[in-house]
Structure formats: C-alpha cells, structure tokens
Unconditional design. Structure first.
Length: 190
C-alpha cells in the first residue's frame, strides 16, 4: 500500500531569479490543493513550516462560510433541515411558527449578520444588535427576546453540525419582560 504525505513541497524560480518554496496539500478527495507559498528560502524550512500548519490543522484552508449562506435555507418549510428534523423527531412545528421565524430572520437578523463570516460573529456583536432592536427600532424587550431566540436556535444547530467552535449567543442573557401596569376595572368599566 502506498503511503501519501499530507503535503508536497517544491521549488520555484521567480522572475527576479530568487528561489521560493511552495506547497500543495492533499485534499480529502485525494486531489491536491492549489499551490501556496511557504515564504521560506530552503526546502527544510518549507517542510517545517508545512508540518507546523499540519499540526495546527491549518494546512488545508477552510472555506469561508458567510452567515447569509448558512441562513439561506433556514426557516423555509420545504428546505430547512432543522425544521424537517424537528418534525421527524418531535412531531411539532406549525407552518405559521416557521413563517414567523423566517420573518424574524429576513427582517431583523440578516441585515446585520448576513455579510459576516459565521465563525467570526462574537457575543458582543449579538448584544449590540439586540440593544439596537430595542433602542433604535423601538421593539419591546419581549419581542427582542423572541428574535434572539430565533438566532440562538440557528447557532445551536451550527454547533451541533460542527460548523463553528463555540456558540456566541450562549452568553447573551434575555432581557427582562416589559412591565405593563394593569389596573382593576371599576364598577362602571365592568
């Protein structure tokens, strides 16, 4: 059986006449990645550089996943894998609930997080966004909490699918419910 190395280092002579070492990583399907420079001037240094990348798990660049790409099928009754799984396992979710969550996603969540990389969204980003829902958009605390719950479900599923290393929404606490003063009806009002 032939053993294949996770990377191949090779020399290139640049137009300036200088020597540069490049590498190609072996992809999971067996093919090789596009060549990338090691920034090293000797073959031994280039191999050490690649071995270090391999140990760190950074030899093969991870594809960038934008939040909008992750969120695209979310809360769509026909395409959302999470909704389908919940229906199969728990037998619940009404079309109106899913439509409400989709509305929250399109109206409040995507405009803020759509262009961000999924694994680059931080707890502070979520807290600032939720505060803006209440302060700028003048939503009630309870409404902001419902919209936050939509986002928390999405991040929880991203963790389960191992798309991100941690859940940035986990440490975001719910706002307290809005206090509405309720009076007692007097005899005339009753």
């Amino acid at each position: 059986m032939r053993v294949t190395k996770p990377f191949v280092v090779f020399k290139r002579i640049l137009a300036s006449g200088n020597v540069a070492y490049y590498f190609q990583a072996r992809l999971p399907d067996g093919s090789r990645s596009t060549p990338r420079s090691t920034g090293q001037k000797t073959k031994n240094a280039a191999e050490r550089y690649c071995a270090d990348l391999y140990r760190k798990g950074e030899l093969i660049p991870k594809p960038v996943l934008l939040f909008k790409d992750y969120a695209e099928p979310w809360w769509d009754w026909d395409r959302c894998a999470y909704v389908k799984r919940q229906i199969r396992t728990r037998g619940r979710f009404s079309p109106s609930y899913v439509a409400s969550q989709r509305s929250n996603l399109l109206r409040y969540i995507l405009p803020t997080f759509g262009e961000m990389e999924l694994d680059q969204i931080k707890t502070g980003d979520i807290e600032l966004w939720r505060a803006s829902l209440v302060e700028t958009r003048k939503l009630k605390n309870i409404t902001a909490n419902h919209i936050l719950a939509t986002l928390k479900v999405m991040f929880g599923e991203a963790i389960r699918l191992q798309l991100i290393p941690f859940d940035p929404s986990l440490r975001v606490e719910r706002y307290r419910s809005d206090v509405c003063e309720r009076g007692i009806l007097d005899l005339a009002e009753a």
